[in-house]
Each structure stands twice: as structure tokens, then as C-alpha cells.
Design a protein around this ligand. Structure first.
Ligand code: AMP
Ligand code: ZN
Length: 473
């Protein structure tokens, strides 16, 4: 089946065929580790994770690189977020970086993000950035002025093509920023000399620190080569970040930098972008403390197409807040848990002649949906339709094993089943099976005794028309 993704660069759906057969080289812009990431940030990272898991399911080896931005690059308003973190917590910028990098990886695990092939940290790749800058100087694309090395936008005619901003429009937008040392107001910094900065390094342009954009160009090309198959980010990365990455990378190598650009739209709360500055954000920790499982947060954040803004529904405020999206996600997960349980404990003899086609159809639809620019809603529909079919039947034991392995395949892509350690322990599973046998024999006293022993081990079983359903007590 052909895989198609919408390419931000060409603004079209395009067939996806990696440069090297069977291998996908993918770079995801990662977090700035100056504070806990909020779940809006995680929507972008989860889109990358879904993409990676789907491509692996399709049989590709995915070289996934997600950077950790731990150098305090200056934003447009000249704030260095690492130093902001440092001032806030009375720690050095280096301590802030270590702490929040670890926190990010911990939150990622909680949300079931597969471990990336590499998570390069900017602070550990300064020589690569200096080298790239040196090439740009050599090629006449960069110049030093006052205290900074700048990329000269005029020299790269394709600048702004990704975002669709023409040079003229960009010029009008940049006019507010008066920096007389630049040859053109749109030129952006590749290096800034600043010996008072906490994080600083020696360079041919003085002691200082690299520009933000050059970080991603240098690290992506180091691990993945000059041309990447896929590059992702949130919609706000398109301009200037990704347009600048293209200019630097292609300027230095003379080769196409990225073949498919994919961007996730924002997570909104009450119609507004979830963001630190608006204060309308939640962290994974906040929600875990409120009792939500990582997989429910994951399910809610992956809801809806990645090219549509998603709404995180909250009713009420503060302590009384109700997380409507999470409650609904938890409901969906219960349905899927019950399905998995039913299949695990299916005991009927024989075979259901209709099941092979039902399973094949579900698999086909799931594949078609995700191959079509990651249409997750359609993929989920295929799973719930399958669940409906299976719930209507007394599934024979042999068919159930096949169905369960299909559910596990879906889970490998979407990540909805509880993590392995949360699965029913073997001894409890034996007790549940023994209790089912006792019930079949109408030996109610034994069944009750077994229920009590299951309870002692921290689980409750309930009998449903579809079979036993268990949960943690
Ligand atoms: P930052 O840590 O600020 O560099 O942001 C990390 C990533 O999160 C970037 O790719 C942003 O585009 C993305 N992002 C920020 N806010 C949101 C949001 N509300 N919804 C989705 N993605 C976001
Ligand atoms: Zn980046």
C-alpha cells in the first residue's frame, strides 16, 4: 500500500518513498529543556512517535533523532530561556539543562514514546555547529558584524519558501527590528559572542554561543546525512526555524536538506494555543497527579488529525477542573482493555469461519487509514469496529489468539494497552482461569474462594457477558 504524507514544503500529499530502501531517516525538533514540557509540546512529539511506530510497523528501520535544546539561544525578544530557568531556580544553566532533560525523558516514557535512536544535546555538539558556520563563511553566505556571525539571507534565493513568505513580505515583517549591524533586517544569527553568558564556548567569532537554528542543521546532518527523509516539528517551527535550517543546510552542502516536512498543528485549550506564556498549560506530571494514566493522556493528545488543531477539553478551574478529553480517553481504553481481556480468556472450542475475513478487513483498514497521511481517527474506527464484531461473538480460543495478536499489532503503533508490567501477573491469570473453570462446573463456592485469592493479590474480577474482566483493586 502506498504511504502518503502531506509535505509542508510543496503543500501537497506526496507518496512516501525513503531514499534508501527500507531505512527512514527522521529528525524531530525536540524540547527546550528549561522547564517541564507541557502537553501541547507533547502533542508534537507524539505525532513524531506515531509516525515512527507506524513506519516500523510497515517494516522500515527508522533512524529517529530528536534533539534536546539545552543551549540558551536567544529568542526574538532577546531572552535566553536557560538563563531564565537558572534565575528562577537559583541553579546554573547547566544544572537546569540536566534536570529538565531527564524530566523530559521520564515524561516521554510515561506517555509511551518509543526511545529515539539518538537524543543529541546541543551543548555536546558545539564543534559541529562551528564547523557548519565555518563552511557558510567560506561559501560567502555568512558575515561577522559587531558581535555576531549572521547568515546573509539575500544570498540564498529560496529563503522563506517553506513558510511561503516571500522575501518582500519577510522584509516588511522584519522592519520593526532595528539592528543596524545587519546587512538585511532578515539576516539571522549563527553565532553570538557574549563572554558574560553562562553557557559559552571558544569560536573563531569570539567566546559565545551558537544560534538556535544552526543547532538542528548541525545535529540532524551529523546523525542522518545531508538529506533527510522526514523532518517534523510543531506549526510554529515552520518560520523562522525550519526556513533557516533549510537555508543553512542547503547553503552549506548544495544538496536538498529534507524530502518531507511534516508539521503538527497546535493543541488548544478553550480555543487558544496551549502555552507557557498564556499560563493555560498542563504538564504530564500535573495530570498524573490528578490520577490519569500516561496512556490516557497519550490517547487524548493523539486525538484527531495532526494537521488539525486539537482541543484539550477542560471544564471548571483549579481543583475542581474536569478533564473531559482525558475522561473520554479513559473510556475508550476501558473498551480496549475489556476486548483484550475477553480475547485472553476466550475458551470456546472450534473455529468461527467468519473471523479470518473480519480480522483481515480490520488490518487492511487500519493500514489504509494511517498510510493516508496518518489518519488516526479512521484507524481508531477500524479498531472499534473490530471490537464491536468480536464482542458480539463467543470467540473460539484459537481465533482469539489470532485476534489478540492483531490487537497487539495495533497497540504497537498506537500504544493503548497497559505497559507490560501492568499486565495481569501469571499467577493471577492462573487463578482467573481456574475460577472460570469452576464457574463452568457450577462450583460456586470454589469460584468465590478463588475470587477472594485474586483479591488478596490486588485484583478484582467482574463477570460480564463477554467473560471475566479484571482490574487493579
Ligand atoms: P519548545 O520546547 O518551546 O522549543 O517547543 C517544543 C515543541 O512543541 C515545538 O515543536 C513546538 O512547535 C511545539 N509546541 C509548542 N506549543 C504547542 C502546542 N500548544 N501544541 C502543539 N505543539 C506545540
Ligand atoms: Zn529544531
Amino acid at each position: 500500500m502506498t504511504i502518503r504524507f502531506f509535505n509542508t514544503y510543496t503543500r501537497r500529499l506526496e507518496d512516501f518513498v525513503p531514499l534508501e530502501t527500507g531505512v527512514v531517516r527522521m529528525y524531530n525538533c525536540g524540547p527546550t529543556v528549561y522547564d517541564f514540557a507541557h502537553i501541547g509540546n507533547f502533542r508534537s512529539f507524539l505525532m513524531a512517535d506515531l509516525l515512527r511506530r507506524f513506519l516500523e510497523w510497515k517494516g522500515f528501520a527508522v533512524r529517529q533523532v530528536m534533539n534536546l535544546t539545552d543551549v540558551g539561544h536567544l529568542t526574538d525578544d532577546d531572552v535566553d530561556r536557560m538563563e531564565v530557568g537558572s534565575g528562577r531556580e537559583k541553579k546554573t544553566a547547566w544544572e537546569i539543562a540536566d534536570f529538565y532533560a531527564e524530566a523530559f525523558l521520564e515524561d516521554s516514557r510515561r506517555l509511551g514514546l518509543a526511545k529515539a535512536w539518538e537524543n543529541p544535546r546541543a551543548t555536546r555538539h558545539i564543534p559541529e555547529m562551528i564547523e557548519l558556520n565555518r563552511k557558510l563563511v567560506e561559501k560567502g553566505l555568512a558575515y561577522f558584524s559587531k558581535d555576531s556571525l549572521y547568515f546573509e539571507v539575500q544570498k540564498f534565493p529560496g529563503y522563506g519558501r517553506l513558510s511561503g513568505n516571500t522575501l518582500d513580505e519577510l522584509e516588511a515583517g522584519a522592519r520593526v527590528e532595528v539592528r543596524s549591524e545587519k546587512r538585511d533586517p532578515r539576516d539571522f544569527a549563527l553565532w553570538k559572542a557574549d563572554p558574560r553568558h553562562q553557557m559559552k564556548w571558544e569560536s573563531p567569532w569570539g567566546v559565545g554561543f551558537p544560534g538556535w537554528h544552526v543547532e538542528c542543521s548541525a545535529m540532524s546532518m551529523k546523525y542522518l546525512g545531508e538529506t533527510l527523509d522526514i523532518h517534523t516539528g510543531g506549526e510554529d517551527n515552520i518560520f523562522p526555524h525550519h526556513d533557516c535550517e533549510i537555508a543553512q543546510s542547503e547553503g552549506a552542502t548544495g544538496r536538498p536538506f529534507v524530502r518531507h516536512w511534516l508539521h503538527a498543528r497546535f493543541l488548544l485549550v478553550g480555543g487558544e494555543k496551549m502555552s507557557k506564556s498564556l499560563g493555560n498549560f498542563y504538564t504530564v506530571r500535573d495530570l498524573a497527579a490528578a490520577g490519569y494514566e500516561g496512556r490516557a493522556i497519550r490517547w487524548a493528545l493523539l486525538d484527531g488529525h495532526y494537521r488539525q488543531p486539537a482541543n484539550f477539553a477542560v471544564e471548571g478551574k483549579g481543583e475542581a477542573a474536569r478533564f473531559v478529553s482525558l475522561e473520554s480517553a479513559a473510556g475508550s481504553l476501558r473498551t480496549l482493555d475489556n476486548l483484550a481481556t475477553k480475547l485472553r480468556f476466550a475458551a470456546a472450542p472450534g473455529a468461527d469461519p467468519e473471523l479470518p475475513e473480519i480480522l483481515a478487513k480490520a488490518r487492511r483498514e487500519f493500514d489504509e487509514a494511517l498510510s493516508d497521511d496518518l489518519d488516526i481517527s479512521r484507524a481508531r474506527r477500524a479498531i472499534f469496529e473490530l471490537a464491536g464484531e468480536l464482542n458480539r461473538r463467543d470467540v473460539p480460543r484459537t481465533d482469539a489468539a489470532v485476534a489478540l495478536s492483531l490487537v497487539r499489532e495495533f497497540d504497537a503503533v498506537l500504544g493503548f494497552l497497559p505497559a507490560a508490567e501492568a499486565e495481569l501477573p501469571a499467577e493471577v491469570r492462573e487463578l482467573v482461569l481456574a475460577r472460570e473453570a469452576a464457574r463452568k462446573d457450577r462450583n460456586w463456592s470454589l469460584a468465590d474462594e478463588l475470587r477472594a485469592r485474586i483479591r488478596e493479590r490486588g485484583y478484582v474480577v467482574e463477570d460480564t457477558p463477554r467473560g471475566p474482566v479484571w482490574k487493579k483493586a
